[in-house]
Design a protein around this ligand. Sequence first.
Ligand code: SAM
Length: 214
Amino acid sequence: MEFEKKRRLMVENQIIRRSVSDERVISAMLKVPRHLFVEEAMWESAYGDFPLPIGDGQTISQPYMVAVMTEKLEMDKASWVLEIGTGSGYQTAILAEVCERVFTIERIGILEKKARIRLEELGYTNIAFKIGDGTLGWSESAPFNGILITAGSPKVPELLFSQLKEGGRMVIPIGNSFSQILTVVRKKDGKKIEEPCFGCTFVPLIGREGWEEG
Ligand code: SAM
């Protein structure tokens, strides 16, 4: 089956059927060629309802998870977003479709390099990349309208929260290193308003305000 058709079925069966309704998120998921973000040997599985390995023990997230996290950020075409955990760059591409600018940080150099090359080849010009510990944020470009963390964290990283605009939203899996609760954190009068959504499983966020390596 051709990839465009697989993509349409993915969006209908995994995303719209599970109540993601933001038209801009749906258009982005229909447009971005997910298979190009995994090794060629996995192209046929790229539109399945599961995460896939991308090397170095890391994963590209399940399509539904990418869609629902993007929807919960509630960004618009003027928004600036910080993403922690570039991974394959797939979620980064979806954000680049719905936001004005995306700042993305990955701690593993080889993953960052592969993602950057892919996204440049696909023609994205509104993404800035950094290698390092994303729990320290990106102070030079802060504050952000939204912050998306694509790895499981023990808590809301304070430095990241300080780089969120008043009224902004953070979407973050919070829990232990095996299972977490996807949580939306809003900044209201400088304070955190936390809304737990549902259970999820992400690789650990490793860094100064995450888990220790090892
Ligand atoms: N969104 C990605 C995608 O679409 O492919 C999936 C990301 S994967 C589930 C989580 C990523 O977070 C991994 O690539 C991991 O190396 C990265 N990561 C973990 N801790 C990090 C940190 N402190 N700073 C930056 N990246 C981190």
